[in-house]
Design a protein around this ligand. Structure first.
Ligand SMILES: Cc1cc2nc3c(=O)[nH]c(=O)nc-3n(C[C@H](O)[C@H](O)[C@H](O)COP(=O)(O)OP(=O)(O)OC[C@H]3O[C@@H](n4cnc5c(N)ncnc54)[C@H](O)[C@@H]3O)c2cc1C
Length: 440
């Protein structure tokens, strides 16, 4: 059986190792960090994430969905906090059972790694940082505690995230390799709303909370210990920005003006704001995602997206499902399997990248408006009235496995039809009335 090296045992790396282990491949996973079970080393990334249908399906295929979702908290809709502290709840779907789930990154990472390690043919090696890869020989040059080592296999899969060393080697060694990265003008910072004295949640537990403020926003997702992780998405530079807000007074004033109902719930606000890092938000597009039968990219290494559709990890997990299916179809021709996987995923990753940026504008600006709430009600009405015919875009992306590109195309068509009809109906009605009046 062929041997694979995986670079990275993050969310997608752990899961992919389980998929490949199940198929009987020999798998060595090299991870630059320490074993996540030895402490909180996920730092600098979101503490919790929203997992939905695509991600859950991928976990189900290797039998770990139940285990992974044990401590997840269902979020049934958006809870909008306006500046006066008034709350508006909009369910995600007409079916109240359809929800997204807040899940801890560290716990999920541990679950997928342990699932992989159950296969005797999978080894996960921590504290190995990949420096670069020799593509033609499928050889990874690794920096370890005791010095540099070279690991070889039949193929290497880069599951090493947005700043992938494997992808960098492809950029250097493949003529015509396409690469594009673009950063938002916004960064993000995480802060905490701790649990109440009795360990309870101090806001509605089963919702994703949003404080939309037009050019920026804060969101909060619940954790199993009664706390919420808040994330402020804000401009890096400008008159009101991370750069312009330095002193305790400036931080206090900004939060009191913009998020007055959250401030009393955030006793660690100043410490969190000053001590927690400000992360950047990048979209990465590249092509191809493979090199002959030697190299392949999966997850953020191939297609990092901004987090506003809550789909980056879900898409990375879906990559694992598709790559596994391609390897099953073409067991003796990994190059063909990689090519088919790339062909299937690339347009969907590009579509998701666009959807994710679009949803930032929707979340920070539109969710506060009455028009947005009316459109959601209309969406839900049409979904209920035309089952299987009309599906809102959010529903297709979050609660189905319809490929992202197809979902985007279908939503555009639906919108044209619905808005066309809404505009034409009054015109037709007036025309009919005029016609009747003339005919009298
Ligand atoms: C603020 C924020 C919120 C998000 N929220 C959501 C959400 O709600 N829902 C969702 O679906 N997605 C969300 N995402 C996206 C999600 O985090 C990513 O899509 C997901 O982590 C991708 O998984 P991955 O395994 O490809 O990469 P990663 O999770 O980044 O894992 C990469 C792994 O590779 C290792 N590595 C890196 N370089 C090397 C090297 N040179 N050698 C060895 N190992 C290496 C890293 O240590 C890491 O363990 C969010 C992202 C951010 C930033």
């Amino acid at each position: 059986m062929a041997k694979f090296i995986l670079i990275g045992s993050g969310l997608a790396g752990g899961l992919l190792a389980a998929y490949l282990g199940r198929r009987g491949y020999d798998v060595d996973v090299y991870e630059r960090r320490a074993d996540p079970r030895e402490g909180n080393i996920v730092g600098g990334r979101s503490i919790n994430l929203a997992i939905s249908t695509r991600g859950i399906h991928a976990l189900e295929q290797v039998g770990i969905a139940h285990e992974a979702l044990r401590h997840a908290i269902p979020m049934r809709g958006r809870m909008i906090h306006d500046k006066s502290g008034e709350l508006h709840f909009t369910p995600y779907d007409v079916d109240p059972k359809k929800c997204i789930n807040s899940i801890g990154r560290a716990a999920l990472n541990t679950t997928v790694i342990e699932a992989a390690q159950r296969y005797p043919n999978v080894r996960v090696l921590f504290n190995y940082k990949c420096a670069d890869v020799d593509l033609d020989h499928a050889a990874a040059h690794l920096e370890a505690v005791n010095g540099a080592v070279t690991a070889r296999a039949d193929a290497i899969i880069g599951v090493d995230g947005a700043f992938s060393a494997v992808r960098k080697s492809m950029q250097m060694q493949i003529d015509g390799f396409e690469y594009d990265e673009s950063y938002l003008a916004h960064g993000y910072k995480e802060m905490t709303i701790p649990p109440g004295p009795d360990g309870s949640w101090r806001m509605e537990k089963n919702a994703l909370h949003i404080w939309p403020r037009k050019s920026f926003m804060m969101i909060a997702l619940p954790n199993p210990d009664g706390s919420f992780t808040c994330t402020l998405f804000w401009e890096f530079e400008g008159p009101r920005s991370f750069a312009a807000t330095k002193t305790d007074d400036e931080v206090r004033r900004f939060f009191a003006e913009e998020f007055p109902d959250a401030v009393p719930l955030m006793p660690m606000l100043l410490e969190d704001f000053h001590q927690n890092p400000t992360g950047s938000l990048v979209t990465i597009r590249c092509a191809p995602w493979y090199y002959r039968n030697k190299i392949c990219l999966v997850g953020d290494a191939a297609h990092a997206v901004v987090p506003f559709y809550g789909q980056g990890m879900n898409a990375a997990f879906e990559d694992c499902v598709v790559l596994d299916e391609c390897l099953e179809k073409f067991p003796d021709n990994p190059e063909h399997a990689f090519a088919k996987y790339f062909e299937h995923r690339k347009e969907n990753a590009d579509a998701l990248a666009d959807l994710a940026i679009g949803n930032f504008i929707e979340m920070r600006d539109k969710t506060a408006s009455k028009r947005f709430r009316a459109k959601k009600k209309l969406d839900h009405f049409l979904e209920a009235a035309l089952p299987g015919v009309y599906l809102p875009l959010y529903t297709m992306v979050t609660f189905t496995r319809i490929p992202y590109a197809e979902a985007a195309r279908r939503a555009r068509l639906q919108d044209r039809f619905i808005y066309g009809t809404l505009i034409c109906l009054p015109v037709l009605l007036i025309a009919a009335l005029v016609f009747r009046w003339i005919a009298r």
